[in-house]
Design a protein. Sequence first.
Length: 276
Amino acid sequence: MEKSSYTLIDNRIFDDNALSHSEFRVLSYLISKYNVNYGYSFPTRAQLEHDCNISNKTLSKVLNSLETNGYITRKKHKTKNGVNNIYYIHKYLVVKTLNQEPTSKDIKNKPTNISNDNKETTTEPIELTTNELLIKEKSNSKGKLTNVDKEKINSFDTELLIKAIERANSYKKTYAIGYLFSVYETIKSEVTNTSSSNNKKNTGANVKPVVTKFHNTFNEHHKNYTETELESKLHESKKTTLSYIDKIVSSVRNGEIQLENINIALRNEIANRLKN
């Protein structure tokens, strides 16, 4: 009877709506072929096409997309049969490794596990999350991670963590995990500020109000009026103008002002009033 096998995978992959069906299938397949000793997957292209039931053209498109969006990194690798791709996986990989060989003291004090075939084992599997694996394989950090470190690492956004590792590695050959945390927070802050700035641009928060001729009329240079407010302002202005004309008409009738001394536009308006 053939021995069954299984693949450990981060459940967050099922919530990743950015992955197409083909991308999900290929990424899952690469994860299933991950070799913990080498730190990467290395199925041939023919294997990928056959096992994922995908065409050569579609596979090229899928692999390009997965690499562009930070899920994998491809490298060329020479073999006896030619050149083949190897695939480093950056997301949703859970690695099952073994603890270091126990000391005699550990064996004496630690109870052993008995398997179904009655063989004693003294090692237990350790499951590494995607983010923990990134720290282990890609970062230049030194020192053993504490449980608090792991909890913090697993709360990080994987894409931002990849950027943080790349930046930290470019600055220092080796560093403490705390330094990487600081770089991560800096990048996170940069992304947040950029997003906030873009939102302001999109909502018009930084746009100055348009100044129209109506603002100057009412001595309101930096205010946007609603249609109702503008109509009210125009009505008030018209009433003020008519009141002013009425006063001039009264002065002309009383002989206080000569009609020829008034500008033509206003004179015509007054002349019409005098006829009534």
